[in-house]
Design a protein around this ligand. Structure first.
Ligand code: SF4
Length: 234
C-alpha cells in the first residue's frame, strides 16, 4: 500500500468533509465554558457580527465566523493577520498549509500549538475578511482590533513570548518600529528578541521572499526555536 503523504491538516479537513470523527486531531472550536478569566470576552467575540455588511459586500459574500483561540494562562502569543478560507470553514487558527509552515518555524508540533493552556492565537481580525475579485485575501477589518484587542490582550497576563506574524500585526504591536515594512522589520529582529519575534506571513506565496532572505531560516529561526522551547519548558 502506498504511503499516505498528506499532512495532518489535509487528513483532518478530509475527515471534516466526509463527516469522519475518529481522527484525534479533527478540528473543533475551543471550549469556552472552562471558568477561564477570558471566557466572557471570548463568548462576546464569537457572537460579534460587526462586519456582517462588510463581508456580505465582498466577492465571497460570507457571514462572520469569529475564530477565537486563547486562554488567560497562555505563555506564547501568536499575533497573526486573519483567518483564511480554510480556517473560516473549520474554525481552528492556522489550520492550513500556512500553519504547517509556521509550526515548522516555531519547532512546535500540532498538539503543543493547539494547547490552549500554553499558546494563544490573537489575529488582527477574528473573521475571514473575504476575497476580492482577483481571489486575493482582503486585509483584516481595522474595527476588529479596535473593538477586541484591548480586552483580550489585557486578559493574557502571563505571556513571555510574542510572535508577530505579518505586517498588519507588526504595525499594530510595534507601532513606529515597524514602519519600514515587513522585510526591514524582520531583519531587525534582534532589536526586539527574545521576548518578541517579527516573522513574515508563512503563506506559500512568500516562498520567493524566503529564497531571497536566507538569513531568516539560518539565523532567526534557530534562535526563535530555542526561545520557544525555553518558554514552554519554564
Ligand atoms: S472580524 Fe472581528 S469585529 Fe468583525 S465581525 Fe468578526 S469578530 Fe466582529
Amino acid at each position: 500500500m502506498a504511503a499516505d503523504t498528506r499532512t495532518w491538516v489535509e487528513k483532518a479537513v478530509q475527515n471534516k468533509d466526509t463527516g469522519a470523527t475518529s481522527d484525534p486531531e479533527a478540528p473543533m472550536q475551543s471550549d469556552i465554558t472552562t471558568g477561564d478569566a477570558l471566557d466572557a470576552v471570548q463568548a462576546e467575540i464569537r457572537a460579534c457580527r460587526l462586519c456582517a455588511d462588510r463581508f456580505a459586500a465582498t466577492h465571497t459574500a460570507h457571514d462572520p465566523r469569529p475564530v477565537t483561540w486563547f486562554r488567560s494562562t497562555a505563555r506564547i502569543l501568536i499575533a497573526g493577520q486573519a483567518p483564511g478560507m480554510q480556517v473560516h470553514q473549520v474554525g481552528k487558527p492556522f489550520f492550513d498549509r500556512s500553519g504547517d509552515r509556521l509550526r515548522d518555524w516555531l519547532g512546535m508540533d500540532a498538539d503543543t500549538f493547539y494547547d490552549l493552556s500554553r499558546v494563544a492565537t490573537v489575529p488582527m481580525a477574528f473573521c475571514f475578511p473575504g476575497y476580492n475579485a482577483a481571489g486575493s485575501d482582503l486585509p483584516p477589518p481595522p474595527q476588529c482590533a479596535k473593538t477586541w484587542h484591548r480586552p483580550v490582550l489585557d486578559g493574557l497576563g502571563d505571556v513571555k513570548l510574542t510572535i508577530l506574524v505579518g505586517g498588519h500585526a507588526q504595525k499594530f504591536h510595534m507601532g513606529a518600529a515597524a514602519k519600514g515594512g515587513v522585510t526591514r522589520t524582520v531583519a531587525a529582529w534582534r532589536d526586539v528578541a527574545p521576548d518578541v519575534f517579527p516573522l513574515p506571513h508563512p503563506s506559500w506565496r512568500n516562498t520567493a521572499w524566503l529564497r531571497k532572505n536566507p538569513w531568516f531560516e539560518t539565523e532567526l529561526i534557530p534562535v526563535l526555536q530555542a526561545r520557544v522551547k525555553e518558554v514552554l519548558d519554564d
